[in-house]
Design a protein around this ligand. Sequence first.
Ligand SMILES: [Zn+2]
Length: 197
Amino acid sequence: MSSGEIDTLISHISKLPGIGQRLASKIAIHLLRRKELVMAQLMKTMNSVYENSKICQICNNIDTSSPCFICEDPKRDDEILCVVCDISDLWSIERAGFFSGKYHVLGGKLSAVMGVKPADLDVFGLYNRLKSGAIKEVIMAMSADIDGQTTMLFANEKIKDLNINITTLSHGVPIGGELENLDDGTIIAAFNQRRNV
Ligand SMILES: [Zn+2]
């Protein structure tokens, strides 16, 4: 096959989410064949993102600035806050391009199997934002599986004394798995048909 260094490259690529050994080899060959065009550009971008990316101190999104571009955007609605488990959920909702409020990323989903505990979630930050801010509606955008719903109940419990309107995504649409696996239309429908908790 190839020398040790290239094997190491393939091994690193194969450990990325959703990429096995076969696809890793394919990607490595693509990079090697187009060293200047693809590999050099990728390295440049990765270096720069590595240097500049940070977690937003307000919402826990990852961006090259903190506060992130969403928290800083004056055109976004400060009165609606969408609470998600992971950054991937935030990015999926953003990709769908319809939501004009702001976000709060809890940083995980409660799970006995994965060992995610209440202390791992940024509910404290959420509570403080709600307490001090002008937020009128909180949308709990969690998946319909047990872990997602457990996380939602836990977050609801923590903020319910603030008496802010809490809504949840409609489950009339198939929100079976993760938000990131849903197409944009399904995400938009789930938001439009949200209901009070
Ligand atoms: Zn932010």
